[in-house]
Design a protein around this ligand. Structure first.
Ligand code: PEP
Length: 265
């Protein structure tokens, strides 16, 4: 029987700014977020600006308790890989986190689970924590293949990952049909998928690790629906796209993750 219990997992909210900010806008946005959420203690908050904005955002959030994340990385450290960014480059820019396997990378850039796995290993090797995104498409869900898709994504993306490293990996369950569409999963749909993800994690790493691993929900999370989603005990936070560009809405989502308040320290 596990000594760690559901409910002891600290909520985590990531803001994925995608390809939406240039430096000035990113600095302004980071300042607005700091004003609302700097020194939040009860929820972990990770801002993920585009690569060229990382250092500027780091300067704004350094010392505030807010953390910095990259949106992607390549698995090699250095070399002739035009256009790619590596784990050492992210850590040097102030990142503690990186998103790996986002559906836009999988579906637009053609990333496979095998590539996601190589990225995951590179990130962990360089002490980056990872938000590992998985999720089924609408067609897959309608075909009754959700569980099979999630299982394959988890098994292949987490290949050769030690159970001991799972405390540096957060799973982001992001149904593809909910990302940027305004069509949010219902709390029941999210609950069912998260419970299944936890079952697979239990098979891969054992029950104690599965219960300690945080699973975020992502897909059209807004200030209006966050409280209901974050109220689900199986949902350990959110990965937020569109609403992370609106400081008031993002702060509201973080507050919802914190059970209605952001405790400042
Ligand atoms: C995301 O990019 O991970 C995401 C969930 O986007 P949105 O919140 O806009 O659906």
């Amino acid at each position: 029987m596990s000594s760690r219990k559901i409910g002891t997992r600290r909520k985590i909210v990531g803001g994925n700014w995608k390809m939406n900010t240039t430096i000035d806008g990113a600095v302004d946005l980071a300042q607005e977020v700091v004003r609302r959420l700097g020194n939040t203690r009860n929820v972990e908050v990770v801002l993920c600006p585009p690569f060229p904005n990382l250092e500027a955002v780091y300067r704004v959030i350094a010392g505030t308790g807010l953390q910095l994340g990259g949106q992607n990385l390549f698995w090699e450290d250095y070399g002739a890989y035009t256009g790619e960014v590596s784990a050492p480059m992210l850590t040097a820019a102030g990142c503690e986190w990186v998103i790996v396997g986002h559906s836009e990378r999988r579906h637009i850039m053609g990333e496979s689970n095998e590539m996601v796995n190589r990225k995951l290993h590179a990130a962990l090797h360089h002490d980056l924590s990872v938000m590992l995104a998985i999720g089924e498409t609408k067609e897959e869900r309608h075909a009754g293949a959700m569980e099979r898709v999630l299982r394959v994504q988890l098994e292949q993306s987490l290949e050769r990952i030690d159970a001991g490293a799972m405390d540096r990996i957060v799973i982001a369950y992001e149904p593809v049909w909910a990302i940027g569409t305004g069509e949010t999963a219902t709390p029941a749909q999210a609950r069912e998928a998260h419970a299944f993800v936890r079952t697979v994690l239990g098979e891969l790493f054992g029950q104690e690790v599965a219960e300690a691993t945080r699973i975020q929900y992502g897909g059209s999370v807004t200030a209006a629906n966050a409280a209901e989603l974050m109220g689900e005990p199986e949902i350990d936070g959110a990965l937020v796209g569109g609403a992370s560009l609106k400081p008031d809405d993002f702060a509201e989502i973080v507050r919802a993750a914190g059970g209605g308040r952001a405790i400042l320290g």
